[in-house]
Design a protein around this ligand. Structure first.
Ligand SMILES: Nc1ncnc2c1ncn2[C@@H]1O[C@H](COP(=O)(O)OP(=O)(O)OP(=O)(O)O)[C@@H](O)[C@H]1O
Length: 719
């Protein structure tokens, strides 16, 4: 027990031992929530004697899940199954693998990523003789996403047997979408939205399945809860209903996915959903110097819709934060790269200790050019879609052929390398498969001696796959992949192709599997591996190489680096002008939270940079309002901003957007009784006009808290 509490502060310890009931932990940036969550998991297993299969631990990414598994394994008996440390989607896959047959889907359904979705759409476009381009794809994918915003469509997909022929009566887009659903059903593929929706439908229609999971999961904990969507919240709420143990951790100030449905409200109003909910605050930051933290605090205070909480730190003082202003993009890039070189030679820092962050992918370009010029090795996180690369998808399709032999994987590799099975022969196979209700692979096996398939590589392909299928149990996943690449001739084909980068990528894939096998310390099953990979998203790339790391702020979530550069801090970029146009003041707050996330990634030194010039639309570039919002004493400025430009910038900012959200809360008099969504009831003790705050003495807290007068959720209590 001591071991699990050792080195934790009082609030962290409280979080670890709070196992029963509904509990929310509001944990600020760098406050050690990962450590608290991991130790809590171990506490429940080791000290309460609960089996890990009775516990669900939801993380935001697969990478976070793997990291947590690794840490948990060190604390609990290594043999324990940690399969329920997973993402929302990963959990849904578990549920569906057990019971999806009730919805007339096979248990080995496949998971479709965006690339797979595009392949299906491409086929449809071909069938319908339509021209395709990226824009149409995106439009259709967006529409499909909208259709899948609720569960109504699921009913249509789960009807027993094949779906009826596409109805060609609607407009073109809806015809495409109908065909898409039908194709999806044919390959038994579920995309990310389906995973959640099918789970909901399953739970709704088969109460016993829901009850089974409710019964099984005694303890549920959720990380990054501020970024949960309504559906995700409902899912955990439903699951926790039986045993009533739901523990959520998050930081409302770091909600950065509102644009895709996340809502910090479930965190902020947690106690209105669950009456006896307890709240624990983690507000000691272990990551950053006081200089960096104060700047973060000063920035995020400008948000109206938030729970007021200042982070504190006992870390030793460091250097001041720097705002660099350059005369043009070139100068900005040069300055950043020069600083990086200085940091390395001055502090003996490693390249990988340095991160460059930006609001949008395209902003990496000007920095990249300079890094290349100076011969500095760098890696782009996220933007580089490793698992979307052709050779990687091909390699994984081979593994899928061994595991499920689904039509998508089959179509992908049957003629790579060339086996003389082109369009015509594929049409023949498709027709046979359709007529007889077979998969393409089964149709190939059945008709391999048919004259249409003579003089093709069909037989040797079948032999290779079948022999690997037989040996599946005795080989590890990495061995299977290696053998598949050899026996099917894929590796030889790659070698002939001569693209070294592709070969390197294949080696890297193999390497990553070996590493994964080793880090888990247990054998993984092929099915499990494939499932994990198909749930991977861009956020999950891990990279230990000693190189400077470049990434968008979204990708930086949850990470930390000794030295951080936030580049392109220009008005209209951060805050992003399009987001502002679409969602007005809500977006401005989200943009500010993004800036806050970026700033709070830094441990020792933080640099905010921007430069003059013109934006794409011809608009003059101004420094971001977020720089002006921060108290000036908190940073040092390098580079001269002309008076005129400064005035122009401030005028532009004043004029362009609402200064304050509409409908700000009323003004209350001294001694008014109020209710706060997190702190509960309290009395206004004083009003500070200068800071525009109320000093409120909350009944359940020992010291008063300053609450912004603009905070909308401070309600008057009628007593
Ligand atoms: N009790 C502690 N004593 C010393 N260091 C700690 C303690 N708790 C956490 N840390 C360290 O503080 C840093 C931040 O912790 P962690 O990454 O868990 O923060 P977080 O709350 O997830 O942050 P964020 O939400 O900003 O991503 C880590 O380097 C961690 O090792």
């Amino acid at each position: 027990m001591e071991e699990l509490l050792d080195g934790l502060n009082e609030s962290q310890q409280q979080a670890v031992v709070s196992t029963e009931g509904y509990i929310r932990v509001i944990a600020g940036a760098g406050s050690g929530k990962t450590r608290a969550l991991t130790n809590r998991y171990a506490f429940i297993v080791n000290e309460l004697g609960v089996d890990p299969s009775n516990m669900l631990s939801v993380t935001f990414t697969n990478k976070a899940a793997n990291e947590m598994k690794r840490r948990v394994k060190k604390l609990v008996d290594g043999e324990q199954d940690t399969g329920f440390i997973t993402t929302y989607h990963g959990f849904c896959v578990r549920v569906l693998r057990e019971d999806i047959h009730r919805l007339f889907y096979p248990k080995n359904f496949i998971i479709l990523d965006v690339e797979d979705q595009k392949i299906l759409l491409r086929e449809i476009f071909e069938d319908m003789n339509l021209k395709m381009n990226d824009k149409t794809f995106k439009r259709i994918l967006d529409k499909i996403g909208m259709l899948k915003g609720n569960t109504h469509y699921v009913q249509q997909m789960i009807l027993r047997g094949a779906m009826p022929d596409a109805d060609d009566s609607g407009d073109l887009d809806s015809q495409i979408i109908q065909r898409y659903l039908k194709k999806q059903k044919r390959v038994y593929g579920l995309d990310f939205d389906d995973l959640l929706n099918f789970t909901f439908v399953l739970f709704e229609q088969y109460k016993e399945v829901l009850e089974k999971w409710q019964e099984r999961l005694y303890y549920i904990q959720v990380d990054e809860f501020q970024d949960s969507s309504l559906k995700q919240f409902e899912l955990v709420k439903m699951l926790a209903a039986q045993h009533g143990n739901l523990f959520v951790v998050g930081d409302p100030d770091q909600t950065i996915y509102e644009w895709r449905g996340a809502d910090p409200k479930y965190m902020v109003e947690f106690d209105s959903y669950f009456k006896d909910a307890e709240t624990i605050f983690l507000n000691r930051n272990y990551r950053s110097t006081p200089e960096i933290l104060s700047l973060g605090n000063s920035l995020i205070q400008k948000n109206y819709f938030r729970v007021d909480k200042d982070m504190i730190t006992e870390n030793p003082s460091g250097v001041k934060v720097v705002h660099y202003h350059g005369k043009d993009e070139n100068e900005e890039a040069k300055w950043v790269v020069q600083q990086i070189q200085e940091i390395v030679s001055r502090d003996g820092a490693e390249w990988k200790n340095i991160a460059i962050m930006y609001r949008a992918n395209y902003l990496s370009r000007f920095i990249e050019q300079e890094l290349i010029r100076e011969n500095i090795d760098y890696t782009i996180f996220g933007g580089f879609k490793f698992f979307d690369r052709k050779e990687i998808k091909d390699a994984l399709a081979h593994l899928r052929m061994i595991a499920v032999a689904d039509d998508l994987s089959f179509s992908r590799i049957i003629n790579v390398p060339k086996r003389q099975i082109g369009k015509k022969r594929m049409q023949f196979l498709r027709a046979k498969a359709e007529e007889e209700g077979l998969s393409l692979y089964d149709a190939l096996k059945k008709y391999v001696d048919h004259e249409r398939l003579l003089r093709t590589g069909a037989q040797s392909f079948i032999d290779a796959i079948e022999s690997l299928k037989e040996r599946q149990a005795e080989l590890s996943v990495s061995e299977l992949l290696q053998e598949a690449m050899q026996h099917t001739g894929y590796e030889a084909y790659m070698r002939e192709d001569g693209d070294q980068e592709r070969l390197d990528n294949l080696t890297e894939l193999l390497h990553s599997i070996v590493q994964y096998e080793q880090s888990l310390g247990e054998d993984i099953l092929l099915d499990e591996y494939l499932q994990m990979i198909s749930l991977y998203t861009d956020d999950d790339r891990d990279n230990q190489k000693d190189s400077v790391k470049l990434m968008t702020i979204h990708t930086a979530k949850g990470l930390e680096f000794p030295y951080v550069f936030v580049v392109g801090m220009t008005e209209n970029v951060l805050p992003n002008v399009r987001a502002l146009r679409q969602r007005k003041e809500r977006a401005l707050e989200e943009e500010r939270r993004l800036a806050y996330v970026a700033v709070t990634r830094a441990e020792r030194e933080l640099y905010l940079t921007e430069s003059e010039g013109f934006q794409n639309g011809g608009q003059r570039k101004y420094p971001s309002r977020f720089i002006f919002e921060v108290n000036e004493d908190l940073y040092e400025r390098i580079g001269q901003i002309d008076e005129a430009l400064l005035e122009e910038a401030k005028e532009y900012i004043r004029a362009s957007h609402h200064e304050k959200p509409i409908g700000i809360g009323d003004s209350y008099a001294k001694n008014t009784r109020v209710r706060h969504p997190v702190f509960g009831a309290g009395t206004i003790q004083e009003i500070d006009d200068k800071k525009n705050t109320y000093l409120v003495f909350f009944d359940q807290l020992k010291a008063p808290r300053p609450i912004s007068r603009n905070f909308k959720k401070l309600e008057k209590l009628e007593e």
